[in-house]
Design a protein around this ligand. Structure first.
Ligand code: TXA
Ligand code: MG
Length: 353
């Protein structure tokens, strides 16, 4: 028995019982084997998946998302063997990191194997690979027997989806199938590590931190730095990315009144102001919405995109996010807040242009 909800031409399949799960695996795998593109849950964000060996499927991913052809895709695997089929070399640093963090929210950039089409890597000679931990995506990859190229399942430059409903909002009717695997457990995209540079570098911070990677990669990771000059090597990391529709600023405040006054002076045009706080909670009466998300980086990451989606849905003109602490554990969250606000995540009062 299947449970489906029709949304235009896009079908949404639920997975919350063993039967629904198996049926959704079959349906998704069948479409993927026909080189169709489908939205699948992963533990980080939902992905828009297609057969990584198929130029046709990969081209559709770019087309549906409106993604720049210069921005390469992550290839998702479900075994070490499949990972090794995607790469030309498998250095000890990759083996150690994969043993420590896979399946999980770590993406490794390595020299690509000849079997990966150029479309996946935007013409480059490296490929990004990840073994996701979400049981549904693992089951689909195993059923297909081929790896899945999958960017986040949103239109290019929009916020990533952390629920099936977010995918529906962005891509509904553009794809044949969305699989609903529940809310993403991690909630922000994977950490991307470039193992082709010496020393390895973090191209995109995430919840797996530089220290954790250094601890495993040992000396090879000793010079690891986050982003900076490495940004150019990850062409998808444009400044304005992962952005809500509303203008967004990151701020610190002492009192509600201080916050209100600054908003009134600096953003007089902003009718509906939403505040996302985690420590100093302003009084709700002067804002369209005040939400409080937990003050630890993992729970915060899990909640962040859903909050931003919600602010957009209620028609926010301005989203004010309380600045997160300046420690390494928050580097992934800070990176996404910086990108969502169109620039570096400033500790005080930063805005997107
Ligand atoms: O958690 C995630 O990584 C999610 C889920 C779906 O797995 N995927 C995701 O994909 O965030 P996407 O396409 O939204 O972001 C992939 C990032 C981009 O910044 C892209 O430029 C970078 O990975 N990337 C992909 N291939 C690369 C390569 N060969 N070299 C450097 N950067 C690469
Ligand atoms: Mg993305």
């Amino acid at each position: 028995m299947t449970s489906t909800r029709a949304t235009g031409e896009t079908e949404v399949l639920e997975t919350h019982t063993a039967e629904l799960f198996q049926e959704a695996v079959r349906r998704a795998a069948r479409l993927l084997c026909q080189n169709e593109v489908v939205a699948l849950p992963t533990e980080t964000v939902y992905g828009l998946a297609g057969n990584a060996w198929s130029r046709d499927a990969v081209s559709q991913i770019y087309q549906i998302k409106g993604r720049s052809p210069e921005n390469p895709l992550i290839v998702h695997v479900a075994s070490f063997e499949m990972a090794r089929a995607c790469v030309a070399v498998w250095p000890e640093s990759a083996a150690a990191l994969a043993r420590a963090f896979w399946p999980g929210a770590l993406t490794l950039v390595l020299p690509k194997s000849a079997s990966i089409p150029d479309e996946v890597t935007a013409g480059g000679n490296t490929v990004a690979i990840r073994w996701p931990s979400h049981p549904f995506t693992q089951a689909v990859i195993s059923a297909c027997g081929f790896p899945l190229a999958a960017p986040s399942a949103n239109l290019s430059s929009e916020l990533s989806p952390t629920t099936a409903r977010h995918v529906q909002k962005s891509l509904g009717s553009l794809i044949p199938l969305i699989v609903d695997g529940g809310q993403c457990q991690i909630g922000i995209e994977s950490t991307v590590v470039d193992l082709c540079s010496e020393p390895p570098r973090i191209l995109r911070p995430g919840l797996i931190t530089a220290s954790a990677i250094r601890a495993v990669a040992g000396d090879t990771g000793s010079g690891m730095e986050a982003a900076g000059s490495a940004l150019l090597r990850s062409p998808g990391m444009l400044a304005k990315h992962y952005a809500p529709k509303a203008r967004m600023v990151i701020a610190k405040w002492d009192h509600s009144r201080d916050l209100q006054q600054r908003i009134a002076v600096e953003y007089p045009w902003a009718g509906a102001v939403c505040v996302i706080s985690h420590q100093l909670i302003p009084s709700a009466e002067h804002f369209a919405r005040v939400s409080v998300i937990p003050h630890d980086p993992e729970a915060y990451a899990r909640a962040l995109y859903a909050e931003l989606h919600e602010c957009d849905e209620i028609g926010a003109d301005l989203i004010v996010v309380e600045a997160p602490p300046d420690t390494e554990a928050w580097s992934g969250v800070k990176d996404r807040l910086g990108r969502a606000s169109g620039g570096a995540c400033a500790p005080l009062w930063a805005e997107n242009p």
